[in-house]
Design a protein around this ligand. Structure first.
Ligand code: AMP
Length: 441
């Protein structure tokens, strides 16, 4: 728990029932974002949070919200909510709802969660009497409002979660429509992992005199993850994956592919290698996604194969390994992916496969995280020939130029020619260390 402070939840002025709930969860100290946000939110301030999943952000907003609901107890009006948390994906919505359940377990708290892809009747029923906390994705929320199953004119607290992802997924207009019907007197919390201009504009239109909290990914998740890259040809990826997953140390692994088709293919390949795995992506029904996630959470499935969107914000404790079967073409996705392990300061391992077409992706990632990802020492094979070609010193010079750390020239390592022979030992990693990765070490 490297990033925990010495402060206690008691010092944050949380009521006893909430302190008990976090103790039940095994939390001993608040995370930085909790320490910074909770006192301000208890005062009723607005909040602008630059933070991603994995930092303890959900408790940072859920705990003070629950406390305020408890201290200002009043029944919610029928078909309305006192608190609305808007989040981009169904998985996140379900997870945030279950966090409210966990943190509110010693208090009375009514909750509902609404998202698309499932029948709306149970959701309508859950809203009928009014709820304290509603967690929703934008599309279904607007549907239900349009059908007069829900009104938001008496809302007290509004939380917008993962605003940048809302933008990426094309939900920004829906979000604006929701904001336009909220009462102007309310507490607003705005969270985003990144702050591009459009997101800053949205934030400014939503919050008033906010407390600003920033937990940079590079200072938290990324640094607490043991990152490695393995250079491998595309055709060898499947065997390498099976090899890694056969290690009993890998007790809970999340494998990322770029496409849904890729995720299904990896599951099939693993099945052939007698490794049980399940896929989770947008083409699967909600029921099968929930089931796969639940199996993974409970340890019935050791390997979950996911695409970026489907895995967004997956909050499963104890993921020991994140494996990038394909490197993401969007460098921010890399940060999100590896943030699924090493939750809230725990250590985790992230292994990225990089084939000869993915060198540019790796370069962009390294530029974003301002770190060279070290090459794995555990590669069981020699570097495939096509890859050797692109690692020739001259080539490598080009590959590393402009990565902004000013170290590439000084640390260039020309010795890889000698090591071209196939090798089965760890020494083969020496060959690979002539890639950019050694340079930042
Ligand atoms: P989040 O950023 O909200 O997705 O939280 C990431 C993970 O950290 C979740 O699994 C939480 O249960 C866990 N967590 C949140 N706060 C703490 C804390 N103070 N100490 C330890 N774990 C925490």
């Amino acid at each position: 728990m490297r990033h925990m402070s010495k402060m206690t939840f008691n010092e944050l002025n949380l009521i006893e029932q909430l302190q008990r709930a976090v103790r039940d969860e095994g939390y001993t100290h608040p995370t930085p974002i909790q320490e910074a946000s909770i006192p301000r939110l208890l005062e009723g301030r607005d909040l602008l949070g630059c933070a991603q999943t994995g930092t303890g952000k959900t408790a940072a907003f859920a705990l003070p919200i629950i406390q305020r609901l408890h201290q200002e107890r009043r029944p919610a009006a029928p078909r309305s909510a006192r608190v609305l948390v808007l989040t981009p994906t169904r998985e996140l919505a379900a997870q945030i709802d279950s966090s409210f359940k966990v943190y509110g377990r010693h208090l009375r708290l009514s909750r509902a969660v609404v998202f698309g892809g499932v029948g709306q009747f149970p959701q309508v029923k859950a809203l009928a009497r009014g709820v304290d906390v509603l967690v929703a994705t934008p599309g279904r929320l607007l549907d239900l409002m349009g059908q007069k199953h829900l009104r938001l004119d008496s809302l007290e607290v509004f939380v917008l979660d993962e605003a940048d992802r809302m933008l990426d997924m094309g939900f920004i207009h829906d979000v604006r429509r929701v904001i336009s019907v909220l009462p102007s007197k309310r507490q607003s919390l705005f969270f985003s992992a990144t702050m591009p201009p459009e997101i800053v504009r949205l934030a400014n239109s939503m919050v008033t005199n906010p407390t600003k909290v920033e937990v940079a990914p590079s200072a938290t998740t990324v640094e607490s993850v043991d990152q490695k890259v393995m250079f491998v040809s595309r055709k060898d990826k499947r065997d390498l994956l099976a090899h890694i997953l056969n290690d009993p140390e890998v007790s809970r692994a999340l494998v990322f592919t770029r496409t849904k088709h890729g995720a299904n293919k990896v599951v099939k390949q693993l099945e052939k290698a007698k490794i049980q795995a399940e896929a989770i992506h947008g083409n699967k029904s909600q029921t099968s996604r929930t089931r796969a996630l639940e199996n993974f959470r409970r340890g019935r499935t050791r390997v979950l194969v996911a695409t970026d969107l489907a895995a967004r914000g997956i909050d499963v404790d104890g993921i020991t390994h994140v494996i990038n079967y394909d490197l993401p073409n969007i460098p921010e996705s890399y940060v999100h992916r590896i943030g699924r392990t090493a939750r809230a300061g725990a250590d985790g391992i992230a292994i990225s496969f990089c084939d000869s077409d993915e060198g540019a992706f790796l370069k962009n990632i390294q530029r974003l995280i301002r770190t060279q990802v070290p090459v794995s020492e555990d590669h069981p094979w020699h570097i495939p020939a096509p890859f050797m070609e692109i690692l020739k010193p001259r080539d490598q010079d080009q590959r590393t130029r402009g990565n902004g750390n000013g170290k590439s020239r000084r640390n260039r390592h020309p010795g890889n020619r000698k090591n071209r022979r196939p090798s089965f030992s760890n020494r083969s990693a020496g060959t690979q260390s002539s890639t950019p990765s050694r340079q930042g070490a």
